[in-house]
Design a binder for this molecule. Structure first.
Ligand code: ZN
Length: 364
């Protein structure tokens, strides 16, 4: 309920001309790529390799691949060997209203036998090892000016301090775990990398982002074989293609209203409805300038929520069906729940169409 007070204020029933609508719905899926470390902060230097260089090379390769998709926008926290404060990295992502934040790193361990790729989401570390990884990645704030003020007195060396980190990312945790899982899956199935599974730890760079966010430890520079692999062009290409695959899989899963671009095989899925081509109906329940987490408690208990963006306004939808009779039921339910301005809206391949066009197309 916490968002509803300011939020209902923005609800409106104004209907735009539909040709404008379908143009504006073309919101790009925005991915922020965060190459760990940089400039005066080399990251770990296992086997003489520089983490900052390898994380940058992999990030650029991931970006290059993603930029081929016309419906994806890629933003980098750095494209060169420069130092960027951790909070600034998050700020870049928040400003861009990104859909995903992917921080790319390489691991190090005193035992040079350790190897494998791991993907982390923000959370309480389950063991000392995860705490140590987060501590190492967080310690970069000592290089920043006024870090005490900037990070509210956060102390990377204190396990208790980490607990305060996790609350803000809570709303995005489910989705962060999904993207982390998909990246891990790509590492393990495509590259046969040792699976260090998805883990939680208190990474400060993930704290301040307001979107699903993960930190990928692509492998250990301290391991002789893995270090050489991560340094090699081939290794970097393979790693980046797995990260790309994870991102695309995630996008397909959550690409709510927009279409995927080159493929029309993507079907909107909901209930057990059989969908007719890519025609579908949703119940628009609200609009807001705020990006509100799609949690039922933010929407009076309604479930099956999706969102799209028109200009600087977010539209919120309930349900997804190709059955007009069902859509009317859902509309009734939404109104009964308190969304009195709710309305049925129709889409074809992710573009808004009139209900009339929908009904005549579906009949044929
Ligand atoms: Zn790192």
């Amino acid at each position: 309920m916490r968002f509803l007070i300011g939020f209902s204020f923005f609800c409106f029933t104004l209907i735009f001309p539909f040709n404008v609508f379908s143009q504006e719905i073309d919101e790009k899926f925005t991915v922020v790529l965060d190459a760990g470390h940089g400039g005066k902060d080399p990251g770990n230097t296992g086997n003489g390799y520089y983490e900052k260089n390898i994380s940058l090379a992999i990030s650029l390769l991931v970006g290059l691949e993603l930029e081929k998709y016309k419906d994806i926008k890629v933003i980098y926290t750095r494209k060169k060997d420069v130092f960027v404060d951790l909070y600034k990295r998050a700020e870049i992502a928040n400003k861009a209203k990104a859909d995903l934040f992917i921080s790319i790193h390489c691991d190090a361990f005193e035992n040079s036998n350790a190897y494998g790729a791991g993907t982390f989401v923000l959370g309480l570390h389950a063991n000392q090892r995860n705490f140590e990884i987060a501590k190492k990645e967080n310690s970069v704030i000592f290089e920043e000016d006024n870090y005490e003020q900037k990070y509210d007195g956060f102390d990377p060396n204190s396990p208790e301090s980490v607990i305060s980190l996790v609350l803000m990312q809570e709303d995005y945790l489910d989705q962060s775990i999904i993207i982390a899982d998909l990246i891990q899956k790509a590492f393990v199935t495509d590259l046969k990398r040792k699976n260090r599974t998805v883990k939680q730890a208190g990474f400060i760079v993930l704290k301040y982002t307001f979107m699903p966010s993960v930190l990928v430890e692509t492998g250990f520079l301290t391991n002789k074989k893995e270090g050489a692999y991560l340094k090699s062009i081939n290794g970097q290409k393979e790693i980046s293609s797995s990260i790309v695959k994870g991102i695309l899989d995630y996008k397909n899963k959550f690409n709510n209203v927009q279409n995927i671009g080159q493929s029309n095989s993507v079907k909107q899925r909901s209930d057990s409805d059989k969908l007719i081509d890519n025609y579908f109906l949703k119940i628009q329940i609200a609009s807001s300038k705020k990006r509100i987490p799609l949690k039922s408690y933010n929407f009076k208990g309604l479930k099956d929520l999706t969102r799209s963006k028109f200009g600087d306004l977010y539209k919120y939808y309930y349900k997804n069906t190709s059955d007009y009779a069902k859509a009317k039921e859902y509309l009734f339910n939404a109104k009964k729940t308190g969304f009195s301005d709710a309305m049925i809206v129709a889409f074809k391949n992710g573009n808004r169409i009139t209900l009339k066009d929908y009904l005549s197309s579906v009949k044929n």
